[in-house]
Design a protein around this ligand. Structure first.
Ligand code: ZN
Length: 134
């Protein structure tokens, strides 16, 4: 488990724009990096095309995993949006979390998209601080 994930303003903005653009559907994507530091954001298509759930297209997800490996990076996070809330993982998110990475949930608050980070393990959810650096 990690307690803090480091990302840049540019990573943050890329995810935020993606979430806003896909609303009212859920947006989803992958974060690649090393240990607790994000180095690349991969916006993915939500194959479920749903406002309530997401499923990354399998082939596109495979290609992204290959690219991440080619770059010598690791999967450090998965993000998705909740266009109508809540601002934390749903019971489905908790049940379906398969990777030991930070799960970022984007949701609108007073018209502004915000993200919170979580570590999901053994059905339990722990908050992870999202530290934005320049
Ligand atoms: Zn969710």
């Amino acid at each position: 488990m990690i307690e803090k994930l480091f990302l840049t303003r540019s990573h943050w903005n890329a995810m935020r724009r993606h979430a806003a653009r896909r609303a009212p559907l859920e947006a989803c994507g992958l974060l690649a990096g090393k240990e607790a530091r994000v180095e690349a954001v991969y916006g993915m298509r939500n194959a479920a095309r749903s406002p309530l759930r997401f499923r990354m297209a399998a082939r596109a997800q495979w290609r992204a995993f290959c690219r991440i490996e080619d770059l010598g990076l690791e999967l450090v996070g998965i993000y998705h949006s909740h266009p109508i809330g809540p601002d934390q993982p749903s019971p489905t998110d908790v049940a379906e979390a398969m990777y030991p990475v930070v799960h970022l949930v984007w949701s609108p608050k007073n018209g502004e998209w915000q993200a919170r980070g979580f570590w999901i393990e053994g059905g339990k959810v722990f908050e992870v601080t999202l530290q934005i650096a320049q």
